[in-house]
Design a protein around this ligand. Structure first.
Ligand SMILES: [Zn+2]
Length: 69
């Protein structure tokens, strides 16, 4: 862990989880362990995973993107 509390997830584990930049992931603590769950490319608004569009690195589904003026 660096001075600011950041931890780098080694590429070995990013590959195992198929985790890419801006993918959705969740951290939760269980006792002295921290569990990282990778959800992949999901809509940042509804959490859907169908018809995902890359909006400058911010992933949205077609339905949510259509609601944004
Ligand atoms: Zn959505």
């Amino acid at each position: 862990m660096d001075f600011n509390g950041r931890v780098l997830l080694p590429s070995k584990y990013r590959k195992i989880l198929s985790l890419h930049p801006n993918d959705l992931a969740e951290l939760r603590a269980e006792g002295q362990k921290v569990i990282l769950t990778a959800y992949g490319r999901r809509c940042r608004i509804c959490g859907g995973k169908e018809k995902i569009l890359d909006c400058s690195g911010f992933f949205l589904c077609e339905s949510c993107k259509a609601k944004i003026p």
